[in-house]
Design a protein around this ligand. Structure first.
Ligand code: SAH
Length: 458
Protein backbone atom coordinates (compact mmCIF):
# COMPACT_ATOMS: atom_id res chain seq x y z
CA UNK A 1 0.00 0.00 0.00
CA UNK A 2 1.29 3.48 -0.89
CA UNK A 3 0.62 6.28 1.51
CA UNK A 4 -0.93 9.36 0.01
CA UNK A 5 -1.45 12.97 1.04
CA UNK A 6 -4.77 13.99 2.65
CA UNK A 7 -5.65 10.41 3.53
CA UNK A 8 -6.24 9.15 7.07
CA UNK A 9 -4.22 6.31 8.59
CA UNK A 10 -4.05 4.53 11.90
CA UNK A 11 -0.70 4.82 13.67
CA UNK A 12 1.06 3.78 16.86
CA UNK A 13 3.35 6.50 18.21
CA UNK A 14 6.65 4.88 19.17
CA UNK A 15 9.10 7.71 19.66
CA UNK A 16 9.48 11.47 20.00
CA UNK A 17 11.28 14.09 17.87
CA UNK A 18 13.41 17.02 19.03
CA UNK A 19 10.44 19.35 19.31
CA UNK A 20 8.42 16.85 21.35
CA UNK A 21 6.32 15.68 18.39
CA UNK A 22 5.31 12.01 18.20
CA UNK A 23 6.92 9.66 15.69
CA UNK A 24 5.42 6.49 14.26
CA UNK A 25 5.51 4.44 11.08
CA UNK A 26 2.99 3.78 8.31
CA UNK A 27 4.00 1.22 5.69
CA UNK A 28 7.65 1.65 6.70
CA UNK A 29 7.47 5.45 6.24
CA UNK A 30 8.47 7.56 9.28
CA UNK A 31 5.67 9.95 10.20
CA UNK A 32 5.92 12.96 12.54
CA UNK A 33 2.71 13.89 14.34
CA UNK A 34 2.41 16.97 16.56
CA UNK A 35 0.31 16.67 19.75
CA UNK A 36 0.84 12.93 20.09
CA UNK A 37 2.76 10.99 22.72
CA UNK A 38 4.72 7.73 22.66
CA UNK A 39 2.15 5.01 23.28
CA UNK A 40 -0.79 6.82 21.61
CA UNK A 41 -2.80 4.90 19.05
CA UNK A 42 -4.37 7.45 16.71
CA UNK A 43 -5.85 8.30 13.36
CA UNK A 44 -3.73 10.86 11.53
CA UNK A 45 -4.15 12.75 8.28
CA UNK A 46 -1.02 12.97 6.14
CA UNK A 47 -0.49 16.68 5.46
CA UNK A 48 2.99 16.64 3.95
CA UNK A 49 4.74 13.87 2.10
CA UNK A 50 8.45 13.79 1.33
CA UNK A 51 10.66 11.06 -0.09
CA UNK A 52 11.31 9.16 3.13
CA UNK A 53 9.31 11.00 5.77
CA UNK A 54 5.81 12.37 6.20
CA UNK A 55 4.01 14.76 8.52
CA UNK A 56 0.60 13.96 9.94
CA UNK A 57 -2.07 15.87 11.84
CA UNK A 58 -3.88 14.24 14.73
CA UNK A 59 -7.48 13.49 13.69
CA UNK A 60 -8.63 11.15 16.44
CA UNK A 61 -7.03 9.64 19.48
CA UNK A 62 -8.09 5.96 19.48
CA UNK A 63 -6.36 5.04 22.72
CA UNK A 64 -4.31 7.57 24.67
CA UNK A 65 -0.82 6.75 25.83
CA UNK A 66 -0.55 5.70 29.49
CA UNK A 67 2.27 8.25 29.77
CA UNK A 68 0.05 11.28 29.12
CA UNK A 69 -0.35 13.62 32.10
CA UNK A 70 -2.15 16.95 32.53
CA UNK A 71 0.42 19.74 31.95
CA UNK A 72 1.00 22.13 34.85
CA UNK A 73 1.01 25.29 32.70
CA UNK A 74 -2.08 26.58 30.93
CA UNK A 75 0.14 27.62 28.04
CA UNK A 76 1.95 24.28 27.77
CA UNK A 77 0.63 23.41 24.33
CA UNK A 78 1.58 26.71 22.73
CA UNK A 79 4.77 27.50 24.62
CA UNK A 80 7.94 26.47 22.79
CA UNK A 81 9.79 25.84 26.07
CA UNK A 82 8.49 22.71 27.77
CA UNK A 83 7.69 20.45 24.84
CA UNK A 84 7.29 17.42 27.15
CA UNK A 85 5.18 18.77 30.01
CA UNK A 86 2.29 16.54 28.95
CA UNK A 87 4.41 13.38 29.38
CA UNK A 88 5.00 11.80 32.79
CA UNK A 89 8.38 12.72 34.26
CA UNK A 90 9.43 9.05 34.56
CA UNK A 91 8.76 8.57 30.85
CA UNK A 92 10.70 11.74 30.00
CA UNK A 93 13.72 10.34 31.84
CA UNK A 94 13.40 6.98 30.13
CA UNK A 95 13.12 8.70 26.74
CA UNK A 96 16.28 10.72 27.36
CA UNK A 97 18.23 7.73 28.66
CA UNK A 98 17.21 5.68 25.59
CA UNK A 99 18.12 8.53 23.28
CA UNK A 100 21.66 8.64 24.72
CA UNK A 101 21.94 4.85 24.37
CA UNK A 102 20.71 5.02 20.75
CA UNK A 103 23.12 7.80 19.80
CA UNK A 104 26.06 5.95 21.38
CA UNK A 105 25.07 2.84 19.46
CA UNK A 106 24.10 4.27 16.07
CA UNK A 107 26.42 7.28 15.79
CA UNK A 108 29.14 6.32 18.28
CA UNK A 109 29.48 2.71 17.19
CA UNK A 110 29.38 1.47 20.81
CA UNK A 111 28.08 -2.12 20.74
CA UNK A 112 26.26 -2.28 24.08
CA UNK A 113 25.97 1.18 25.61
CA UNK A 114 23.34 -0.09 28.10
CA UNK A 115 26.12 -1.96 29.88
CA UNK A 116 28.18 1.14 30.69
CA UNK A 117 25.31 3.61 31.25
CA UNK A 118 24.29 4.25 34.83
CA UNK A 119 20.71 3.33 35.55
CA UNK A 120 18.36 4.81 36.62
CA UNK A 121 19.06 8.23 35.08
CA UNK A 122 19.58 11.14 37.48
CA UNK A 123 16.23 12.95 37.55
CA UNK A 124 14.90 15.64 39.90
CA UNK A 125 12.65 14.90 42.87
CA UNK A 126 10.74 18.12 42.19
CA UNK A 127 11.22 18.93 38.49
CA UNK A 128 9.75 22.47 38.69
CA UNK A 129 10.99 26.01 39.40
CA UNK A 130 14.50 24.82 38.67
CA UNK A 131 15.76 27.40 36.18
CA UNK A 132 18.02 30.16 37.50
CA UNK A 133 17.88 32.11 34.25
CA UNK A 134 14.95 33.38 32.19
CA UNK A 135 15.03 35.35 28.96
CA UNK A 136 11.65 36.83 28.16
CA UNK A 137 11.06 38.46 24.78
CA UNK A 138 9.19 41.77 24.97
CA UNK A 139 6.77 42.98 22.32
CA UNK A 140 3.22 44.11 21.60
CA UNK A 141 0.20 42.12 20.50
CA UNK A 142 -1.99 43.18 17.59
CA UNK A 143 -4.06 45.40 19.88
CA UNK A 144 -0.96 47.23 21.07
CA UNK A 145 -0.82 45.64 24.54
CA UNK A 146 2.62 44.96 25.98
CA UNK A 147 3.43 41.25 25.97
CA UNK A 148 6.31 39.64 27.89
CA UNK A 149 6.62 35.89 27.91
CA UNK A 150 7.74 33.09 25.65
CA UNK A 151 7.89 32.35 21.98
CA UNK A 152 5.25 29.95 20.73
CA UNK A 153 6.82 26.76 19.39
CA UNK A 154 8.79 27.27 16.13
CA UNK A 155 7.70 30.90 15.81
CA UNK A 156 8.55 34.30 17.22
CA UNK A 157 5.00 35.06 18.32
CA UNK A 158 5.24 36.13 21.95
CA UNK A 159 2.80 34.50 24.38
CA UNK A 160 2.19 36.82 27.29
CA UNK A 161 3.00 34.78 30.38
CA UNK A 162 2.08 35.40 33.99
CA UNK A 163 3.88 32.48 35.41
CA UNK A 164 6.24 29.74 34.26
CA UNK A 165 6.37 26.40 36.07
CA UNK A 166 10.08 25.82 35.53
CA UNK A 167 11.29 29.36 36.28
CA UNK A 168 12.20 30.94 39.63
CA UNK A 169 9.03 32.08 41.38
CA UNK A 170 10.34 35.63 41.83
CA UNK A 171 10.31 36.07 38.02
CA UNK A 172 6.54 36.68 38.00
CA UNK A 173 6.79 39.81 40.14
CA UNK A 174 9.64 41.20 38.00
CA UNK A 175 7.80 40.52 34.73
CA UNK A 176 4.72 42.32 36.09
CA UNK A 177 6.77 45.33 37.18
CA UNK A 178 8.48 45.62 33.80
CA UNK A 179 5.21 45.21 31.87
CA UNK A 180 3.47 47.89 33.94
CA UNK A 181 6.44 50.24 33.59
CA UNK A 182 6.52 49.91 29.77
CA UNK A 183 2.76 50.49 29.58
CA UNK A 184 2.61 53.45 31.97
CA UNK A 185 5.60 55.24 30.46
CA UNK A 186 4.63 54.49 26.85
CA UNK A 187 7.99 52.95 26.06
CA UNK A 188 8.38 51.41 22.63
CA UNK A 189 8.96 47.68 22.21
CA UNK A 190 11.19 46.06 19.64
CA UNK A 191 9.70 44.82 16.39
CA UNK A 192 11.80 42.10 14.74
CA UNK A 193 10.43 42.85 11.29
CA UNK A 194 11.31 46.54 11.20
CA UNK A 195 14.23 46.49 13.64
CA UNK A 196 12.61 49.47 15.40
CA UNK A 197 11.48 49.92 19.01
CA UNK A 198 13.45 49.91 22.27
CA UNK A 199 12.69 47.07 24.69
CA UNK A 200 13.84 43.69 23.37
CA UNK A 201 14.29 41.16 26.18
CA UNK A 202 14.13 40.86 29.93
CA UNK A 203 16.86 38.63 31.36
CA UNK A 204 16.56 37.51 34.97
CA UNK A 205 19.20 35.52 36.85
CA UNK A 206 18.75 34.19 40.36
CA UNK A 207 21.37 32.64 42.64
CA UNK A 208 19.52 29.70 44.14
CA UNK A 209 21.88 29.32 47.09
CA UNK A 210 22.10 33.07 47.82
CA UNK A 211 18.72 34.42 46.60
CA UNK A 212 20.69 37.13 44.73
CA UNK A 213 18.76 38.56 41.76
CA UNK A 214 19.99 40.21 38.56
CA UNK A 215 17.66 42.01 36.17
CA UNK A 216 19.08 42.85 32.77
CA UNK A 217 17.03 44.80 30.21
CA UNK A 218 18.14 44.23 26.64
CA UNK A 219 17.49 47.31 24.52
CA UNK A 220 17.82 48.52 20.96
CA UNK A 221 19.27 51.88 22.03
CA UNK A 222 21.44 53.46 24.71
CA UNK A 223 18.97 54.49 27.41
CA UNK A 224 15.51 53.74 28.78
CA UNK A 225 13.43 56.86 29.50
CA UNK A 226 12.23 57.19 33.12
CA UNK A 227 14.17 54.05 34.06
CA UNK A 228 14.51 55.29 37.67
CA UNK A 229 10.76 54.66 38.08
CA UNK A 230 11.31 50.97 37.33
CA UNK A 231 14.51 50.73 39.38
CA UNK A 232 12.67 52.17 42.41
CA UNK A 233 10.20 49.28 42.23
CA UNK A 234 12.72 46.53 41.49
CA UNK A 235 15.10 47.40 44.34
CA UNK A 236 12.28 46.75 46.79
CA UNK A 237 12.31 43.07 45.83
CA UNK A 238 14.24 40.99 48.39
CA UNK A 239 17.60 39.86 47.06
CA UNK A 240 17.88 42.39 44.21
CA UNK A 241 21.64 42.83 43.69
CA UNK A 242 22.14 44.03 40.14
CA UNK A 243 20.13 45.95 37.55
CA UNK A 244 21.74 46.46 34.19
CA UNK A 245 21.09 47.37 30.60
CA UNK A 246 22.43 45.34 27.72
CA UNK A 247 22.74 47.11 24.40
CA UNK A 248 21.83 45.12 21.31
CA UNK A 249 21.18 47.25 18.22
CA UNK A 250 21.75 44.45 15.74
CA UNK A 251 18.93 42.99 13.67
CA UNK A 252 19.62 39.47 14.88
CA UNK A 253 18.13 36.52 16.76
CA UNK A 254 20.97 36.75 19.26
CA UNK A 255 19.45 37.92 22.52
CA UNK A 256 22.35 39.73 24.14
CA UNK A 257 24.63 42.37 22.69
CA UNK A 258 28.26 42.71 23.77
CA UNK A 259 27.89 45.81 25.97
CA UNK A 260 26.38 45.88 29.47
CA UNK A 261 25.91 48.95 31.66
CA UNK A 262 25.06 48.52 35.33
CA UNK A 263 22.45 51.05 36.38
CA UNK A 264 22.03 49.94 39.98
CA UNK A 265 24.00 47.73 42.37
CA UNK A 266 26.74 45.26 41.46
CA UNK A 267 27.86 44.12 37.99
CA UNK A 268 27.29 40.50 38.97
CA UNK A 269 25.45 38.14 41.31
CA UNK A 270 26.91 35.41 43.47
CA UNK A 271 25.89 31.77 43.77
CA UNK A 272 27.22 28.57 45.28
CA UNK A 273 27.38 25.07 43.88
CA UNK A 274 28.39 22.80 46.73
CA UNK A 275 30.89 24.80 48.77
CA UNK A 276 32.29 26.74 45.82
CA UNK A 277 31.29 30.35 45.35
CA UNK A 278 30.73 31.74 41.88
CA UNK A 279 30.42 35.25 40.57
CA UNK A 280 28.20 35.50 37.51
CA UNK A 281 28.08 38.38 35.01
CA UNK A 282 25.19 38.96 32.59
CA UNK A 283 27.14 37.69 29.57
CA UNK A 284 28.71 34.62 31.15
CA UNK A 285 27.45 31.10 30.66
CA UNK A 286 26.22 29.49 33.87
CA UNK A 287 24.39 26.15 34.04
CA UNK A 288 20.64 26.79 34.31
CA UNK A 289 19.71 24.10 36.83
CA UNK A 290 21.79 24.51 40.00
CA UNK A 291 20.36 21.44 41.79
CA UNK A 292 21.30 19.11 38.95
CA UNK A 293 24.52 20.98 38.17
CA UNK A 294 25.82 19.90 41.56
CA UNK A 295 25.01 16.29 40.64
CA UNK A 296 26.66 16.80 37.24
CA UNK A 297 29.87 18.36 38.59
CA UNK A 298 30.19 15.75 41.34
CA UNK A 299 29.81 13.07 38.71
CA UNK A 300 32.42 14.71 36.46
CA UNK A 301 34.77 14.94 39.45
CA UNK A 302 34.23 11.30 40.37
CA UNK A 303 34.74 10.18 36.73
CA UNK A 304 38.02 12.14 36.70
CA UNK A 305 39.30 9.82 39.50
CA UNK A 306 41.71 12.39 40.87
CA UNK A 307 44.09 11.61 43.70
CA UNK A 308 45.76 15.00 44.13
CA UNK A 309 48.80 14.83 41.87
CA UNK A 310 47.18 15.26 38.47
CA UNK A 311 47.45 17.95 35.81
CA UNK A 312 43.92 18.51 34.49
CA UNK A 313 42.59 20.53 31.57
CA UNK A 314 39.03 21.91 31.54
CA UNK A 315 38.07 22.79 27.96
CA UNK A 316 35.14 25.17 27.34
CA UNK A 317 35.34 26.16 31.02
CA UNK A 318 32.92 29.13 31.11
CA UNK A 319 33.32 30.93 34.45
CA UNK A 320 35.55 28.13 35.73
CA UNK A 321 32.83 26.15 37.48
CA UNK A 322 34.15 22.66 36.67
CA UNK A 323 37.77 23.86 36.90
CA UNK A 324 37.23 24.89 40.52
CA UNK A 325 35.48 21.63 41.36
CA UNK A 326 38.46 19.75 39.91
CA UNK A 327 41.02 22.00 41.61
CA UNK A 328 39.94 20.62 44.99
CA UNK A 329 41.52 17.29 44.09
CA UNK A 330 44.14 18.05 41.43
CA UNK A 331 47.70 19.41 41.46
CA UNK A 332 47.06 21.91 38.67
CA UNK A 333 44.06 22.80 36.52
CA UNK A 334 44.11 24.71 33.21
CA UNK A 335 40.87 26.15 31.87
CA UNK A 336 40.15 27.43 28.33
CA UNK A 337 37.22 29.64 27.39
CA UNK A 338 36.38 31.84 24.43
CA UNK A 339 34.31 34.61 26.13
CA UNK A 340 36.67 37.14 27.77
CA UNK A 341 34.11 38.25 30.38
CA UNK A 342 33.61 34.62 31.46
CA UNK A 343 37.38 34.21 31.85
CA UNK A 344 37.47 37.38 33.97
CA UNK A 345 34.76 35.81 36.16
CA UNK A 346 36.69 32.53 36.24
CA UNK A 347 39.84 34.26 37.50
CA UNK A 348 37.85 36.16 40.12
CA UNK A 349 36.15 32.91 41.14
CA UNK A 350 39.50 31.20 41.63
CA UNK A 351 40.59 34.14 43.78
CA UNK A 352 37.50 34.28 46.01
CA UNK A 353 37.70 30.51 46.58
CA UNK A 354 41.43 30.70 47.35
CA UNK A 355 42.24 28.27 44.52
CA UNK A 356 45.89 28.90 43.59
CA UNK A 357 46.30 25.89 41.31
CA UNK A 358 44.10 27.09 38.44
CA UNK A 359 45.19 28.99 35.31
CA UNK A 360 42.81 30.25 32.65
CA UNK A 361 43.42 30.91 28.97
CA UNK A 362 41.17 33.12 26.83
CA UNK A 363 40.50 31.95 23.28
CA UNK A 364 39.32 29.09 21.14
CA UNK A 365 40.19 25.72 22.66
CA UNK A 366 41.14 24.45 19.20
CA UNK A 367 43.72 27.24 18.89
CA UNK A 368 44.99 27.58 22.48
CA UNK A 369 45.51 23.90 23.26
CA UNK A 370 47.55 22.98 20.15
CA UNK A 371 49.72 26.09 20.74
CA UNK A 372 50.35 25.18 24.39
CA UNK A 373 50.99 21.57 23.42
CA UNK A 374 53.71 22.70 21.00
CA UNK A 375 55.42 24.76 23.72
CA UNK A 376 55.96 21.54 25.62
CA UNK A 377 55.92 22.95 29.18
CA UNK A 378 54.10 21.37 32.16
CA UNK A 379 50.77 22.54 30.69
CA UNK A 380 51.40 20.47 27.56
CA UNK A 381 50.96 17.37 29.68
CA UNK A 382 47.54 16.25 30.91
CA UNK A 383 46.57 13.37 33.16
CA UNK A 384 42.89 14.08 32.75
CA UNK A 385 40.99 16.28 30.28
CA UNK A 386 37.43 17.48 30.81
CA UNK A 387 35.51 18.88 27.84
CA UNK A 388 32.13 20.60 28.05
CA UNK A 389 31.48 22.01 24.57
CA UNK A 390 28.35 23.77 23.25
CA UNK A 391 25.82 21.70 21.29
CA UNK A 392 27.93 21.50 18.16
CA UNK A 393 30.49 19.41 20.06
CA UNK A 394 34.30 19.52 19.98
CA UNK A 395 36.32 20.92 17.15
CA UNK A 396 38.25 18.23 15.21
CA UNK A 397 41.57 20.02 15.76
CA UNK A 398 40.95 19.93 19.50
CA UNK A 399 40.13 16.20 19.47
CA UNK A 400 43.25 15.57 17.47
CA UNK A 401 45.38 17.51 19.97
CA UNK A 402 43.76 15.66 22.89
CA UNK A 403 44.74 12.35 21.38
CA UNK A 404 48.33 13.55 21.06
CA UNK A 405 48.35 14.86 24.65
CA UNK A 406 47.27 11.32 25.59
CA UNK A 407 45.57 11.88 28.97
CA UNK A 408 44.71 8.72 30.92
CA UNK A 409 41.08 9.77 31.13
CA UNK A 410 38.77 12.08 29.20
CA UNK A 411 35.58 13.23 30.90
CA UNK A 412 33.10 14.49 28.30
CA UNK A 413 30.22 16.64 29.57
CA UNK A 414 27.69 17.09 26.78
CA UNK A 415 24.42 18.88 26.15
CA UNK A 416 23.85 17.13 22.79
CA UNK A 417 24.06 13.33 22.61
CA UNK A 418 24.42 13.24 18.80
CA UNK A 419 27.65 15.28 18.76
CA UNK A 420 28.85 13.50 21.91
CA UNK A 421 28.50 10.17 20.10
CA UNK A 422 30.19 11.56 16.97
CA UNK A 423 33.21 12.74 19.01
CA UNK A 424 33.35 9.48 20.97
CA UNK A 425 33.63 7.63 17.68
CA UNK A 426 36.67 9.74 16.78
CA UNK A 427 38.26 9.13 20.19
CA UNK A 428 37.46 5.40 20.06
CA UNK A 429 39.44 5.11 16.83
CA UNK A 430 42.41 6.72 18.56
CA UNK A 431 42.78 4.44 21.52
CA UNK A 432 40.07 5.58 23.93
CA UNK A 433 37.36 3.35 25.29
CA UNK A 434 34.09 4.51 26.88
CA UNK A 435 33.87 3.19 30.45
CA UNK A 436 30.99 5.02 32.12
CA UNK A 437 28.11 7.31 31.22
CA UNK A 438 25.34 9.05 33.15
CA UNK A 439 22.31 11.00 31.96
CA UNK A 440 21.67 13.85 34.39
CA UNK A 441 18.41 15.66 33.69
CA UNK A 442 19.17 19.37 33.68
CA UNK A 443 16.30 20.41 31.42
CA UNK A 444 13.17 18.75 32.84
CA UNK A 445 10.13 18.97 30.51
CA UNK A 446 12.22 19.98 27.52
CA UNK A 447 13.83 17.57 25.05
CA UNK A 448 17.36 18.76 25.88
CA UNK A 449 19.67 16.13 27.28
CA UNK A 450 22.79 16.38 29.46
CA UNK A 451 25.22 13.49 29.64
CA UNK A 452 28.60 12.89 31.24
CA UNK A 453 30.88 10.19 29.95
CA UNK A 454 34.27 8.82 30.96
CA UNK A 455 36.71 7.49 28.41
CA UNK A 456 39.89 5.68 29.33
CA UNK A 457 43.09 5.32 27.36
CA UNK A 458 43.60 1.69 26.41
N1 SAH B 1 31.92 24.16 31.67
C1 SAH B 1 31.18 25.39 31.83
C2 SAH B 1 30.64 25.97 30.53
C3 SAH B 1 30.05 25.03 29.54
S1 SAH B 1 29.15 25.78 28.20
C4 SAH B 1 30.06 25.20 32.82
O1 SAH B 1 29.71 24.09 33.20
O2 SAH B 1 29.51 26.20 33.29
C5 SAH B 1 30.28 25.86 26.91
C6 SAH B 1 31.27 27.02 27.02
O3 SAH B 1 32.12 26.93 25.88
C7 SAH B 1 30.65 28.40 26.96
O4 SAH B 1 31.13 29.14 28.06
C8 SAH B 1 31.19 29.00 25.65
O5 SAH B 1 31.43 30.39 25.72
C9 SAH B 1 32.47 28.23 25.46
N2 SAH B 1 32.98 28.06 24.08
C10 SAH B 1 32.28 27.96 22.93
N3 SAH B 1 33.08 27.71 21.90
C11 SAH B 1 34.35 27.65 22.40
C12 SAH B 1 35.64 27.41 21.81
N4 SAH B 1 35.77 27.17 20.52
N5 SAH B 1 36.70 27.39 22.64
C13 SAH B 1 36.58 27.63 23.96
N6 SAH B 1 35.38 27.88 24.56
C14 SAH B 1 34.29 27.89 23.79
Amino acid sequence: MEITKNNDYEILIEDMGNDGEGIGHIEGMTVFVKDTVMGDRAVVKIIKLKKNIAYGRLVELLSPSPYRVAPVCDNARRCGGCTMQHISYEKQLEYKWNKVANCLKRIGGIAEPEKIMEKPPYGMTHPYNYRNKAQFPIGRDKDGNVVIGFYAGRTHTIIDTDSCAIGASVNDEIVRAVRTFIEQHHISTYDEKTGKGLMRHLLIRVGFATDDIMVCLVINGEKIPDIEKLTEKLVRIDGMKSICININKEKTNRILGDKCVTIWGQDYITDYIGSIRYRISPLSFYQVNPVQTKVLYEKALSYAELSGGEVVWDMYCGIGTISLFLSQKAKQVYGVEIVPQAVADARKNAEINGAKNVTFYTGRAEEIVPAVYKEDGEAAHADVVVVDPPRKGCDEVLLDTLVRMAPGRIVYVSCEPATLARDIKVLSKSGYCIKKAAMIDQFCHSTHIETVVMLEKL
